[in-house]
Design a protein around this ligand. Structure first.
Ligand SMILES: NC(=O)c1ccc[n+]([C@@H]2O[C@H](COP(=O)([O-])OP(=O)(O)OC[C@H]3O[C@@H](n4cnc5c(N)ncnc54)[C@H](OP(=O)(O)O)[C@@H]3O)[C@@H](O)[C@H]2O)c1
Length: 338
Protein backbone atom coordinates (compact mmCIF):
# COMPACT_ATOMS: atom_id res chain seq x y z
CA UNK A 1 0.00 0.00 0.00
CA UNK A 2 1.45 3.42 -0.91
CA UNK A 3 1.48 6.43 1.37
CA UNK A 4 0.03 9.03 -1.01
CA UNK A 5 -0.78 12.39 0.61
CA UNK A 6 -4.33 12.80 1.83
CA UNK A 7 -6.30 14.92 -0.68
CA UNK A 8 -8.59 17.78 0.36
CA UNK A 9 -11.69 16.06 -1.00
CA UNK A 10 -12.91 12.51 -1.57
CA UNK A 11 -15.98 10.83 -3.02
CA UNK A 12 -18.93 9.36 -1.15
CA UNK A 13 -22.05 7.60 -2.42
CA UNK A 14 -25.26 9.09 -1.02
CA UNK A 15 -28.84 7.86 -1.15
CA UNK A 16 -30.55 10.30 -3.55
CA UNK A 17 -34.08 8.98 -3.07
CA UNK A 18 -35.78 5.96 -1.57
CA UNK A 19 -36.43 3.42 -4.34
CA UNK A 20 -40.01 2.34 -4.75
CA UNK A 21 -39.70 0.19 -7.88
CA UNK A 22 -36.64 -1.37 -9.48
CA UNK A 23 -33.33 0.08 -8.28
CA UNK A 24 -31.51 2.34 -10.77
CA UNK A 25 -28.39 4.47 -10.52
CA UNK A 26 -30.69 7.52 -10.19
CA UNK A 27 -31.31 6.43 -6.61
CA UNK A 28 -27.66 7.21 -5.79
CA UNK A 29 -25.59 10.39 -5.88
CA UNK A 30 -21.81 10.45 -6.10
CA UNK A 31 -20.78 13.42 -3.97
CA UNK A 32 -17.41 15.14 -3.68
CA UNK A 33 -16.93 16.17 -0.05
CA UNK A 34 -14.05 17.32 2.17
CA UNK A 35 -12.01 14.43 3.55
CA UNK A 36 -13.12 14.14 7.18
CA UNK A 37 -10.65 15.25 9.83
CA UNK A 38 -9.82 12.80 12.59
CA UNK A 39 -10.36 14.42 15.97
CA UNK A 40 -8.84 13.23 19.24
CA UNK A 41 -8.86 9.45 19.74
CA UNK A 42 -10.17 8.90 16.18
CA UNK A 43 -8.51 7.21 13.23
CA UNK A 44 -8.49 8.21 9.56
CA UNK A 45 -8.83 5.29 7.14
CA UNK A 46 -8.43 5.17 3.35
CA UNK A 47 -10.88 2.54 2.11
CA UNK A 48 -9.45 -0.08 -0.25
CA UNK A 49 -12.23 -2.63 -0.66
CA UNK A 50 -15.93 -2.52 0.10
CA UNK A 51 -18.78 -4.99 -0.10
CA UNK A 52 -21.95 -4.70 -2.19
CA UNK A 53 -24.78 -6.76 -0.72
CA UNK A 54 -28.46 -7.47 -1.30
CA UNK A 55 -29.43 -6.21 2.15
CA UNK A 56 -28.54 -2.68 0.99
CA UNK A 57 -31.75 -2.71 -1.07
CA UNK A 58 -33.75 -3.17 2.15
CA UNK A 59 -31.73 -0.47 3.93
CA UNK A 60 -32.32 1.94 1.02
CA UNK A 61 -36.06 1.42 1.37
CA UNK A 62 -35.67 2.19 5.07
CA UNK A 63 -37.87 -0.69 6.07
CA UNK A 64 -37.56 -4.23 7.31
CA UNK A 65 -36.89 -5.74 10.70
CA UNK A 66 -33.12 -5.35 10.50
CA UNK A 67 -30.74 -4.94 13.42
CA UNK A 68 -29.31 -1.76 11.85
CA UNK A 69 -31.01 1.51 10.85
CA UNK A 70 -32.04 2.11 7.25
CA UNK A 71 -30.18 4.65 5.08
CA UNK A 72 -31.42 8.24 5.16
CA UNK A 73 -32.07 10.13 1.91
CA UNK A 74 -29.30 12.71 1.33
CA UNK A 75 -26.84 10.88 3.59
CA UNK A 76 -23.85 8.70 2.78
CA UNK A 77 -24.45 4.95 2.52
CA UNK A 78 -22.49 2.48 4.66
CA UNK A 79 -21.46 -1.13 4.57
CA UNK A 80 -18.60 -3.49 5.29
CA UNK A 81 -15.20 -2.30 4.07
CA UNK A 82 -11.48 -2.89 4.44
CA UNK A 83 -9.29 0.20 4.72
CA UNK A 84 -5.74 1.26 5.44
CA UNK A 85 -5.06 3.33 8.55
CA UNK A 86 -3.69 6.73 7.50
CA UNK A 87 -3.46 8.27 10.95
CA UNK A 88 -4.21 7.04 14.43
CA UNK A 89 -3.68 8.24 17.98
CA UNK A 90 -1.27 6.35 20.22
CA UNK A 91 -3.01 3.04 20.73
CA UNK A 92 -3.42 -0.40 19.32
CA UNK A 93 -3.68 0.65 15.65
CA UNK A 94 -0.94 2.30 13.61
CA UNK A 95 -0.45 3.87 10.17
CA UNK A 96 -0.49 1.21 7.44
CA UNK A 97 -2.60 -1.30 9.35
CA UNK A 98 -5.46 -2.85 7.40
CA UNK A 99 -8.76 -2.70 9.28
CA UNK A 100 -12.31 -3.84 8.68
CA UNK A 101 -15.22 -1.62 9.60
CA UNK A 102 -18.71 -0.62 8.46
CA UNK A 103 -18.01 2.82 6.91
CA UNK A 104 -17.79 1.81 3.27
CA UNK A 105 -19.27 3.67 0.28
CA UNK A 106 -16.78 6.52 0.76
CA UNK A 107 -13.09 6.82 -0.01
CA UNK A 108 -11.99 8.04 3.44
CA UNK A 109 -13.61 7.45 6.83
CA UNK A 110 -13.02 8.69 10.36
CA UNK A 111 -13.70 6.06 13.00
CA UNK A 112 -13.39 5.46 16.69
CA UNK A 113 -10.78 2.81 17.44
CA UNK A 114 -13.55 0.53 18.67
CA UNK A 115 -15.30 0.80 15.29
CA UNK A 116 -12.36 -0.69 13.35
CA UNK A 117 -10.76 -4.05 13.80
CA UNK A 118 -7.27 -4.91 12.55
CA UNK A 119 -7.42 -7.63 9.88
CA UNK A 120 -6.04 -10.87 11.19
CA UNK A 121 -4.39 -12.08 7.99
CA UNK A 122 -3.04 -15.14 9.74
CA UNK A 123 -6.56 -16.27 10.53
CA UNK A 124 -8.01 -15.37 7.10
CA UNK A 125 -5.18 -14.88 4.62
CA UNK A 126 -6.90 -12.60 2.08
CA UNK A 127 -8.66 -9.24 2.69
CA UNK A 128 -11.42 -10.47 0.34
CA UNK A 129 -12.20 -13.29 2.80
CA UNK A 130 -12.86 -10.71 5.53
CA UNK A 131 -15.68 -9.25 3.41
CA UNK A 132 -17.13 -12.60 2.37
CA UNK A 133 -20.62 -13.75 3.34
CA UNK A 134 -19.06 -16.96 4.63
CA UNK A 135 -20.11 -16.53 8.24
CA UNK A 136 -23.86 -16.61 7.60
CA UNK A 137 -23.39 -19.40 5.02
CA UNK A 138 -21.54 -21.47 7.62
CA UNK A 139 -24.19 -20.69 10.28
CA UNK A 140 -26.89 -21.84 7.88
CA UNK A 141 -25.08 -25.15 7.37
CA UNK A 142 -24.02 -25.78 10.98
CA UNK A 143 -26.72 -24.19 13.13
CA UNK A 144 -29.60 -23.68 10.71
CA UNK A 145 -29.95 -26.79 8.55
CA UNK A 146 -27.57 -28.89 10.68
CA UNK A 147 -26.19 -30.56 7.58
CA UNK A 148 -24.80 -34.04 8.08
CA UNK A 149 -23.23 -36.87 6.13
CA UNK A 150 -25.32 -38.15 3.23
CA UNK A 151 -27.79 -35.24 3.11
CA UNK A 152 -29.44 -34.09 -0.08
CA UNK A 153 -29.39 -30.30 0.23
CA UNK A 154 -31.04 -27.44 -1.64
CA UNK A 155 -29.53 -23.94 -1.51
CA UNK A 156 -31.84 -21.34 -3.06
CA UNK A 157 -30.10 -18.23 -4.43
CA UNK A 158 -27.01 -20.42 -4.83
CA UNK A 159 -25.01 -18.15 -7.15
CA UNK A 160 -24.79 -15.13 -4.83
CA UNK A 161 -22.40 -14.12 -2.08
CA UNK A 162 -24.00 -16.36 0.56
CA UNK A 163 -25.04 -19.18 -1.77
CA UNK A 164 -21.62 -19.78 -3.33
CA UNK A 165 -20.17 -20.20 0.16
CA UNK A 166 -23.12 -22.24 1.52
CA UNK A 167 -22.70 -24.90 -1.18
CA UNK A 168 -19.04 -25.35 -0.26
CA UNK A 169 -19.71 -25.56 3.48
CA UNK A 170 -22.57 -28.02 2.91
CA UNK A 171 -20.18 -30.28 1.02
CA UNK A 172 -17.47 -29.98 3.69
CA UNK A 173 -20.03 -30.96 6.31
CA UNK A 174 -20.85 -34.19 4.49
CA UNK A 175 -23.70 -33.39 2.10
CA UNK A 176 -23.91 -36.10 -0.56
CA UNK A 177 -25.86 -34.06 -3.11
CA UNK A 178 -26.02 -30.27 -3.28
CA UNK A 179 -28.58 -28.61 -5.54
CA UNK A 180 -28.69 -24.86 -6.11
CA UNK A 181 -31.24 -22.50 -7.62
CA UNK A 182 -30.37 -19.65 -9.95
CA UNK A 183 -31.80 -17.62 -12.83
CA UNK A 184 -30.14 -18.85 -16.02
CA UNK A 185 -28.58 -21.87 -17.71
CA UNK A 186 -25.24 -20.01 -17.86
CA UNK A 187 -25.21 -19.46 -14.08
CA UNK A 188 -26.41 -23.02 -13.49
CA UNK A 189 -23.42 -24.29 -15.49
CA UNK A 190 -21.06 -22.16 -13.37
CA UNK A 191 -22.61 -23.68 -10.23
CA UNK A 192 -22.04 -27.24 -11.40
CA UNK A 193 -18.76 -26.78 -13.29
CA UNK A 194 -16.89 -24.48 -10.93
CA UNK A 195 -18.69 -24.00 -7.63
CA UNK A 196 -19.18 -27.53 -6.32
CA UNK A 197 -22.91 -27.94 -6.95
CA UNK A 198 -24.22 -31.24 -8.36
CA UNK A 199 -27.27 -29.82 -10.11
CA UNK A 200 -29.26 -26.62 -10.44
CA UNK A 201 -32.87 -25.52 -10.62
CA UNK A 202 -33.36 -22.62 -13.04
CA UNK A 203 -36.20 -20.29 -12.08
CA UNK A 204 -36.87 -19.22 -15.67
CA UNK A 205 -37.05 -22.83 -16.91
CA UNK A 206 -40.51 -23.96 -15.84
CA UNK A 207 -42.16 -24.90 -12.55
CA UNK A 208 -39.65 -25.21 -9.69
CA UNK A 209 -41.66 -28.12 -8.19
CA UNK A 210 -41.19 -30.25 -11.33
CA UNK A 211 -37.48 -29.46 -11.54
CA UNK A 212 -36.94 -30.26 -7.84
CA UNK A 213 -38.83 -33.53 -8.09
CA UNK A 214 -36.64 -34.54 -11.03
CA UNK A 215 -33.38 -33.56 -9.32
CA UNK A 216 -34.21 -34.88 -5.84
CA UNK A 217 -36.70 -37.73 -6.42
CA UNK A 218 -36.20 -39.05 -2.87
CA UNK A 219 -36.73 -35.61 -1.37
CA UNK A 220 -34.61 -33.02 0.45
CA UNK A 221 -32.97 -33.56 3.85
CA UNK A 222 -31.94 -29.95 4.29
CA UNK A 223 -32.65 -26.57 2.72
CA UNK A 224 -30.77 -23.28 3.00
CA UNK A 225 -33.28 -20.74 1.80
CA UNK A 226 -32.05 -17.34 0.64
CA UNK A 227 -35.00 -16.58 -1.66
CA UNK A 228 -38.36 -17.33 0.03
CA UNK A 229 -41.55 -17.12 -2.03
CA UNK A 230 -42.26 -19.85 -4.53
CA UNK A 231 -38.87 -21.47 -4.08
CA UNK A 232 -39.35 -21.94 -0.33
CA UNK A 233 -42.85 -23.30 -0.93
CA UNK A 234 -41.52 -25.79 -3.51
CA UNK A 235 -38.64 -26.80 -1.22
CA UNK A 236 -41.06 -27.48 1.63
CA UNK A 237 -43.23 -29.65 -0.65
CA UNK A 238 -40.16 -31.72 -1.49
CA UNK A 239 -38.83 -31.90 2.09
CA UNK A 240 -38.45 -35.39 3.56
CA UNK A 241 -39.37 -36.68 7.00
CA UNK A 242 -37.30 -34.75 9.57
CA UNK A 243 -35.97 -32.23 7.05
CA UNK A 244 -34.23 -29.14 8.42
CA UNK A 245 -34.80 -25.79 6.76
CA UNK A 246 -32.66 -22.72 7.47
CA UNK A 247 -34.39 -19.44 6.60
CA UNK A 248 -31.60 -16.98 5.88
CA UNK A 249 -32.72 -14.52 3.20
CA UNK A 250 -35.69 -13.39 1.14
CA UNK A 251 -34.24 -12.37 -2.21
CA UNK A 252 -37.50 -12.81 -4.13
CA UNK A 253 -39.23 -10.04 -2.20
CA UNK A 254 -36.08 -8.12 -1.20
CA UNK A 255 -34.96 -7.51 -4.80
CA UNK A 256 -38.45 -6.14 -5.49
CA UNK A 257 -38.11 -3.75 -2.55
CA UNK A 258 -40.57 -5.43 -0.20
CA UNK A 259 -39.92 -5.45 3.54
CA UNK A 260 -42.00 -8.55 4.14
CA UNK A 261 -41.70 -12.02 2.64
CA UNK A 262 -45.00 -13.89 3.11
CA UNK A 263 -45.22 -17.52 1.98
CA UNK A 264 -48.22 -19.84 2.30
CA UNK A 265 -47.06 -22.91 4.22
CA UNK A 266 -48.92 -26.20 4.43
CA UNK A 267 -48.61 -26.69 8.18
CA UNK A 268 -50.17 -30.16 7.97
CA UNK A 269 -47.27 -31.21 5.76
CA UNK A 270 -44.71 -29.58 8.09
CA UNK A 271 -46.03 -31.23 11.24
CA UNK A 272 -46.67 -34.63 9.69
CA UNK A 273 -43.12 -34.76 8.38
CA UNK A 274 -41.57 -33.28 11.52
CA UNK A 275 -39.90 -30.55 9.48
CA UNK A 276 -37.88 -27.92 11.33
CA UNK A 277 -37.91 -24.31 10.11
CA UNK A 278 -35.20 -22.18 11.72
CA UNK A 279 -34.48 -18.49 11.12
CA UNK A 280 -30.80 -17.61 11.09
CA UNK A 281 -29.59 -14.03 11.65
CA UNK A 282 -25.82 -13.61 11.81
CA UNK A 283 -25.89 -11.03 14.61
CA UNK A 284 -27.58 -13.55 16.93
CA UNK A 285 -24.69 -16.01 16.62
CA UNK A 286 -21.60 -13.91 17.27
CA UNK A 287 -20.43 -16.52 19.79
CA UNK A 288 -19.64 -18.74 16.76
CA UNK A 289 -17.30 -16.25 15.06
CA UNK A 290 -14.14 -17.91 16.42
CA UNK A 291 -15.20 -21.40 15.38
CA UNK A 292 -16.15 -20.18 11.89
CA UNK A 293 -12.94 -18.21 11.42
CA UNK A 294 -10.90 -21.26 12.37
CA UNK A 295 -12.72 -23.55 9.94
CA UNK A 296 -12.85 -20.96 7.15
CA UNK A 297 -9.15 -20.09 7.47
CA UNK A 298 -8.16 -23.76 7.49
CA UNK A 299 -10.21 -24.39 4.33
CA UNK A 300 -8.79 -21.34 2.54
CA UNK A 301 -5.20 -22.33 3.36
CA UNK A 302 -5.81 -25.95 2.33
CA UNK A 303 -7.53 -24.89 -0.90
CA UNK A 304 -10.73 -26.74 0.04
CA UNK A 305 -12.63 -23.43 0.25
CA UNK A 306 -12.58 -20.40 -2.03
CA UNK A 307 -14.39 -17.06 -1.92
CA UNK A 308 -16.06 -16.73 -5.33
CA UNK A 309 -16.29 -13.01 -6.04
CA UNK A 310 -16.49 -10.31 -8.66
CA UNK A 311 -14.18 -7.28 -8.33
CA UNK A 312 -15.43 -3.95 -9.69
CA UNK A 313 -12.98 -1.03 -9.89
CA UNK A 314 -13.83 2.46 -8.67
CA UNK A 315 -16.36 3.97 -6.27
CA UNK A 316 -18.15 5.60 -9.21
CA UNK A 317 -19.15 2.14 -10.43
CA UNK A 318 -20.55 1.01 -7.05
CA UNK A 319 -24.18 2.09 -7.67
CA UNK A 320 -24.31 0.18 -10.97
CA UNK A 321 -22.70 -2.81 -9.22
CA UNK A 322 -25.55 -2.95 -6.69
CA UNK A 323 -28.17 -2.65 -9.46
CA UNK A 324 -26.38 -5.45 -11.35
CA UNK A 325 -26.19 -7.64 -8.23
CA UNK A 326 -29.93 -7.37 -7.64
CA UNK A 327 -30.63 -8.08 -11.31
CA UNK A 328 -28.57 -11.28 -11.10
CA UNK A 329 -25.73 -10.12 -13.35
CA UNK A 330 -22.93 -11.24 -10.99
CA UNK A 331 -21.74 -14.46 -9.40
CA UNK A 332 -20.41 -14.72 -5.86
CA UNK A 333 -19.69 -11.79 -3.57
CA UNK A 334 -19.41 -8.39 -5.23
CA UNK A 335 -16.61 -6.14 -4.04
CA UNK A 336 -15.56 -2.64 -5.08
CA UNK A 337 -11.84 -1.98 -5.23
CA UNK A 338 -11.06 1.66 -4.46
N1 LIG B 1 -29.63 -13.78 7.91
C1 LIG B 1 -28.49 -13.09 7.82
O1 LIG B 1 -27.81 -12.79 8.82
C2 LIG B 1 -28.03 -12.69 6.48
C3 LIG B 1 -26.70 -12.28 6.25
C4 LIG B 1 -26.30 -11.98 4.95
C5 LIG B 1 -27.22 -12.04 3.90
N2 LIG B 1 -28.50 -12.41 4.18
C6 LIG B 1 -29.52 -12.50 3.13
O2 LIG B 1 -29.22 -13.61 2.31
C7 LIG B 1 -29.70 -13.36 1.00
C8 LIG B 1 -28.57 -13.58 0.02
O3 LIG B 1 -27.61 -12.56 0.20
P1 LIG B 1 -26.42 -12.40 -0.86
O4 LIG B 1 -25.58 -11.29 -0.37
O5 LIG B 1 -25.83 -13.71 -1.15
O6 LIG B 1 -27.21 -11.87 -2.12
P2 LIG B 1 -26.98 -12.26 -3.62
O7 LIG B 1 -27.49 -13.64 -3.82
O8 LIG B 1 -25.60 -11.97 -4.02
O9 LIG B 1 -28.04 -11.28 -4.27
C9 LIG B 1 -28.45 -11.12 -5.54
C10 LIG B 1 -29.06 -12.33 -6.22
O10 LIG B 1 -30.46 -12.43 -5.99
C11 LIG B 1 -30.99 -13.26 -6.98
N3 LIG B 1 -32.31 -12.77 -7.34
C12 LIG B 1 -32.65 -11.60 -7.87
N4 LIG B 1 -33.99 -11.53 -8.04
C13 LIG B 1 -34.48 -12.69 -7.59
C14 LIG B 1 -35.80 -13.23 -7.53
N5 LIG B 1 -36.86 -12.56 -7.93
N6 LIG B 1 -35.94 -14.47 -7.04
C15 LIG B 1 -34.87 -15.17 -6.61
N7 LIG B 1 -33.59 -14.70 -6.66
C16 LIG B 1 -33.42 -13.47 -7.15
C17 LIG B 1 -30.03 -13.20 -8.17
O11 LIG B 1 -29.43 -14.46 -8.29
P3 LIG B 1 -29.73 -15.46 -9.48
O12 LIG B 1 -29.55 -14.68 -10.75
O13 LIG B 1 -28.71 -16.52 -9.31
O14 LIG B 1 -31.13 -15.95 -9.26
C18 LIG B 1 -28.98 -12.21 -7.70
O15 LIG B 1 -27.69 -12.52 -8.16
C19 LIG B 1 -30.24 -11.94 1.02
O16 LIG B 1 -31.64 -11.97 1.22
C20 LIG B 1 -29.55 -11.31 2.20
O17 LIG B 1 -30.24 -10.21 2.74
C21 LIG B 1 -28.92 -12.74 5.42
Amino acid sequence: MNAAPVPATHREVHLAARPEGPLTTDHFRLVEAPVPVAGPRRILVRNRLMGVTAVMRTLMAGNGELPMPGYAPGAVLSGPAVGEVISAPEGSLKRGDLVEHNAGWREYAVLGEDEAQRLDLEALPDPVAHLSQGFVAWLAVVRGAEIRAGDTVLVTGAAGGVGTMAGQFARLHGAARVIGSTSSRQKADRLTDRLGYDAAVIRSAGPIDDQLRALAPDGLDAVIDLVGGDQLRAALAQARQGARIALVGSLASQTAGSATAPVVIDTAHVLNRGITLRGIAGHAHLDALGQWTEEFGRGLRAGTLTVPHTLVHGIDRAPQALCDLLAGRHIGAVLIEL
